[in-house]
Write a protein of this length. Structure first.
Length: 149
């Protein structure tokens, strides 16, 4: 699948919400990056991460979605400059039904990130989170590119 096309679909999915909330989705990456994947499922995983990023981004700010080809992997990152994830929560956010006691979000039930992680790992990928309170959060997904022997 063409990663740029897939991420433009994610952008379209959230375009109305972003506009209503005065937030911006910024996409950045090369056109020619390809990834062997189940497009529907991987889009679902990225949608969950982008939804969380928008939930924690202030009006007037942006969520950045970037991608690139590495020598042996394709990397996709979703970065916000929202409130950040409390250090106490970082090791738990991928657990089903986990809800932070620090969370202001009353909507979620704690399934989005665990589902995203399951989908990424089913694609032989990894997902990592880097977060700083008051500065924002970056979710980075790496998908190995199969090599021929």
């Amino acid at each position: 699948e063409n990663v740029a096309d897939m991420l433009r679909d994610v952008e379209l999915h959230f375009a109305y919400r972003a506009k209503q909330e005065h937030k911006e989705l910024v996409l950045s990456g090369p056109e020619e990056v390809l990834l062997f994947c189940d497009r529907d499922w991987l889009t679902e995983a990225i949608d969950n991460i982008v939804k969380n990023a928008l939930d924690h981004t202030e009006s007037g700010d942006a969520v950045h979605i970037t991608w690139k080809a590495l020598p042996n992997a394709v990397q996709i990152a979703v970065k916000d400059n929202g409130c950040g994830i409390h250090p106490e929560d970082l090791h738990h956010i991928f657990k089903r039904f986990y809800r932070s006691r620090f969370s202001q979000d009353k909507q979620g039930i704690g399934l989005g990130l665990p589902l995203a992680k399951t989908i990424v790992e089913a694609h032989s990928g990894t997902i990592e989170v880097d977060s700083e309170l008051g500065k924002g959060t970056t979710f980075t997904m790496n998908f190995l590119i199969p090599t021929k022997l």
